[in-house]
Design a protein around this ligand. Structure first.
Ligand SMILES: C[S@@+](CC[C@H](N)C(=O)[O-])C[C@H]1O[C@@H](n2cnc3c(N)ncnc32)[C@H](O)[C@@H]1O
Length: 256
């Protein structure tokens, strides 16, 4: 949940928009109950900007809750996939660091798995400008459940293969999570929600392959990891299905 600097990884998703849309995990219903509780408003009828909306995985759930959603997404292919899935949702090609939205025009701004690509020094003031008084900024991530041994070990293999630092298995405290997200000084509440989904091995590997750390690798490097991983997991899960367990880490910051 650390905020990273923008760069090739932030823009990498566009090369795999279709793969992303089909294979990435969604979010549990309890997450949206919690957003309503912390934001102090119902999603039904709320004006919501879903920023870094990607292919619309969160936008569709916000819509199902009755929100009036506008999607903000910089990537052309991601925005195209969103438009196909949700033709009724307006999409603005834009950046969370400079939101193309009017002052006080939203009740809620959401960043589902996308806050790590922006600069909080710019995106926090932008969110506060676009929110009405009393509105809320909700950011969340599906994080790895490190207490599940095969997921923890896989996380380490991925980090090693992609040359990135593995995350600590120890979850940050609330104050560290708020600081790391660049939300210090705001009224913030946090909740972590565990959930899982059972998917085929094919879908699991396609999900992994759609992560930014892989998308910036050479095709041969990406392929080599996935071939090894298929063989390894095939032995551990001979039924051809795996249970991916996630902990959604949610932070909601209120505008004064
Ligand atoms: C991991 S995807 C998350 C997509 C979607 N919200 C979801 O829940 O699946 C991250 C998205 O953030 C977008 N993104 C990257 N840099 C951004 C920025 N500066 N402002 C807004 N979105 C950005 C990417 O194009 C990508 O679609």
């Amino acid at each position: 949940m650390r905020v990273m600097t923008a760069g090739p990884r932030a823009q990498s998703f566009d090369v795999a928009a279709a793969q992303y849309a089909v294979n990435r995990p969604s979010y549990p219903s309890a997450l949206f109950d919690c957003v309503e509780e912390f934001a102090g408003c119902r999603l039904t009828g709320a004006r919501v900007a879903d920023v870094g909306a990607g292919t619309g995985i969160a936008s569709v759930l916000l819509r199902e809750r009755g929100a009036d959603v506008i999607a903000v997404e910089p990537g052309e292919a991601m925005a195209g996939a969103l438009h196909q899935a949700l033709p009724g949702v307006p999409i603005v090609r834009g950046d969370g660091n400079a939101l193309p939205l009017a002052e006080a025009s939203c009740d809620l701004i959401t960043y589902a798995q996308s806050w790590q690509w922006i600069d909080p020094g710019r995106s926090v003031p932008e969110a506060m400008r676009v929110l009405r008084a009393g509105g809320a900024l909700a950011i969340w991530w599906n994080t790895t459940a490190f207490d599940v041994p095969w997921l923890r070990e896989q996380h380490q293999r991925i980090a090693h293969h992609c040359g990135v630092k593995p995350r600590s298995a120890v979850r940050p405290s609330d104050s560290d999570a708020i600081r790391l997200a660049g939300l210090t000084g705001l009224r913030v509440t946090r909740r972590q929600l565990r959930w899982s989904r059972t998917v085929s091995l094919d879908m699991h590997l396609a999900n992994i392959g759609s992560r930014s750390a892989f998308l910036v690798l050479e095709e041969a490097d990406r392929h080599a990891f996935l071939v090894d991983e298929r063989e390894r997991l095939g032995k551990s899960f001979p039924g051809g299905e795996v249970e991916e367990t996630y902990v959604v880490d949610l932070l909601v910051a209120l505008r004064a």
